[in-house]
Write a protein that binds this ligand. Structure first.
Ligand code: VGL
Ligand code: ZN
Length: 209
């Protein structure tokens, strides 16, 4: 069983949003084309309360990009984004949600961020995604979405840890690149821990044979 995980394909991570990923919107047609080739599709949704500890505005004198300690973990501060129920938190228009079997919301605890779709950044609380996939007999997890150097990376690394064969679909992702080179670094890190980075084309070709 193969599952496709769509990571945070939300308005705030697309051009015009609060935490825009360059070309974030460009992945939507690629993702739509991929979905029919999978047994199961899960979408993660960054879903923060207004008082979330990852927002710079919730730390006096701090600005986006600064780093603070949040309940014992190093936390990069971001502009307020993906506030529960806000238009920025909605899935990007054009994304074919009729193909999505399950939505997993994350980052709901104000005290801890959650880049991965599986666990919070402390690795303490599970979202239930791992059990959901295992109960359905999923062996292979393909990850795409936003952003390559944050939520995509941490989701893929946790998938490996949980024992899934794990792929990242390169052209169905885009990165934030807070520092130039972050996407390349993320790919090297993922590969070194057993993730295979592939192109959408090879999935489409494979499934035609
Ligand atoms: C993300 C920063 C903060 C992401 C989410 O989806 O990659 N990045 N929240
Ligand atoms: Zn977030």
């Amino acid at each position: 069983m193969k599952a496709l995980i769509l990571v945070d394909i939300q308005n705030d991570f697309c051009p015009g949003g609060a935490l825009p990923v360059p070309e974030g919107d460009k992945i939507v047609p690629v993702v739509n084309e991929l979905m029919p080739h999978f047994d199961l599709v899960v979408a993660t949704q960054d879903w923060h309360p207004r008082d979330h500890g990852s927002f710079a505005a919730n730390h006096s004198g701090k600005k986006p990009g600064d780093v603070v300690e949040l309940n014992g973990l190093q936390q990069i501060l971001w502009p307020a984004h993906c506030v529960q129920g806000s238009p920025g938190a909605a899935f990007r228009k054009g994304l074919d949600l009729s193909r999505v079997d399950k939505i997993v919301q994350k980052g709901t605890d104000p005290g801890v961020d959650s880049y991965s779709g599986f666990f919070d950044n402390g690795g303490r609380k599970a979202t239930g995604l791992g059990d959901y996939l295992k109960e359905r007999g999923v062996s292979d997890v393909y990850v795409c979405g936003l952003a390559t150097d944050y939520c995509v990376k941490f989701t893929a690394l946790d998938a490996v840890k949980l024992g899934f064969r794990t792929w990242v679909v390169e052209d169905a992702c885009r990165g934030v690149e807070l520092r130039p080179g972050d996407v390349g670094k993320a790919k090297r890190q993922m590969r070194s821990r057993g993730v295979t980075v592939i192109a959408s084309e090879s999935i489409l070709e494979e499934s035609m044979r």
